[in-house]
Design a protein around this ligand. Structure first.
Ligand code: FMN
Length: 345
């Protein structure tokens, strides 16, 4: 397997009936992930009719870029500092979990390993998720991050506070650069189906979690400036503007639509990251232009990891890097600091 195309072909075979690895992953109504399936598990699709999943892709597609070709030559510098870790690009693997549920195409641990190693091989970093069958003492994210000597970001589901304190402490012991909770994860339909508890967290719950660790704390899953302000007041170091890939509530705006309001509300105080519907470096540039400092990519890495393991993930991340470099070059941005609203047409 030498190309991303090979990886995607392999993933199409392994994910039969779940994801057809279409040229465009957009959550359209006729896609096999998306047909409303009345009580069945969500698979790789979005909640309900998939409106939020589609809105993410559409919001990015609706933004256009200015071409700027005149000026001194330059080679764009894509490097990004993530809490002291120098990364090759402002693009990280999203927290995803539950991959062993799909056709037994990969074991849960091997998927976690593939994303962490593949991102490292591409000079960047992956988040790792949490789902109902991850046990406190047998937690695939922590096991795989330990194998990578701490190079990974554990994002835990909003479990009960005591369990979270213990999980966060273990992430800290492993030497993770940061840790967090997907606050929107209390809407996880997979936890609900399994009869497992997840909780809506209050401002004081979040402050307790923040103060339980020396690590920078990330609040993932915010779609409203009001929630972002509460999290910033509680002391979080970063927020991820995200609707969980459209998996927890149908009919939200696209993340690119709410991102500017959240950046305006908390961008001076905390690191703002974003995800949802990003499929190449051109999409990444649009998120950066709207004020995100870096982005996470979800479904593309799921397919890459299942299709080609760590190498698949590496090839996918390198594709992101190549297309972001091209996007910066053709919009006249020599580095990330020179990206702004002016690149949007
Ligand atoms: C199958 C699947 C599993 C996911 N599992 C998690 C998880 O365990 N924790 C989490 O924070 N987010 C989870 N997410 C959301 C991703 O972190 C991310 O927000 C989303 O995939 C970004 O959108 P994209 O897939 O369009 O790139 C999951 C998404 C998918 C598609």
């Amino acid at each position: 397997m030498t190309s991303l195309e090979d990886v995607r072909t392999a993933a199409r075979e392994k994910l039969k009936g779940i994801c057809a690895v279409y040229p465009v992953c957009d959550g359209a109504a006729e896609r096999i992930c998306q047909r409303e399936n009345y009580g069945k598990a969500i698979g790789l699709g979005g909640a309900g009719l998939g409106g939020s999943f589609r809105a993410n892709v559409e919001a990015l597609a609706n933004l256009k870029l200015h071409t700027r070709v005149v000026g001194d030559p330059f080679d764009p510098n894509l490097s990004f500092d993530f809490f002291g870790l120098q990364l090759s690009m402002p693009i990280l693997g999203a927290s995803t979990s539950g991959m062993s549920s799909y056709n037994n195409a990969i074991t849960e641990l091997d998927f976690c390993r593939a994303t962490l190693a593949g991102c490292r091989q591409a000079g960047t970093l992956s988040f790792r998720g949490d789902t109902w069958f991850y046990e406190e003492e047998d937690h695939f994210a922590l096991t795989s991050i330990a194998e990578e000597a701490g190079r990974g970001v554990a994002i835990f589901k909003p479990r009960d506070q005591q369990t979270l304190f213990r999980l966060i402490a273990r992430a800290e012991e492993l030497g993770c650069p940061a840790v967090g909770v997907d606050l929107d994860g209390h809407g996880s339909t997979n936890f609900a189906r399994a009869g497992k508890q997840v909780y809506r967290k209050s401002a004081s719950d979040i402050a307790e979690l923040v103060h339980s660790t020396k690590l920078p704390f990330i609040a993932k899953g915010l779609m409203h400036p009001g929630d972002a302000v509460v999290c910033a007041d509680a002391g979080v170091a970063a927020v991820v503007v995200s609707n969980h890939g459209g998996r927890v509530l149908d009919s939200t705006p696209g993340t690119a639509e709410v991102l500017p309001g959240i950046v305006e509300a908390v961008g001076q105080r905390v690191l703002v990251l974003a995800d949802g519907g990003i499929r190449n470096g051109y999409d990444v540039l649009k998120m950066l232009a709207l004020g995100a400092k870096a982005v996470l990519v979800g479904r593309d890495l799921i397919r890459a990891g299942i299709g080609g393991g760590a190498l698949g993930v590496q090839l996918q991340m390198e594709h992101y890097r190549t297309t972001l470099r091209q996007a910066l070059l053709m919009t006249g941005c020599s580095d990330l600091a020179s990206v702004g609203r002016h690149v949007l047409a």
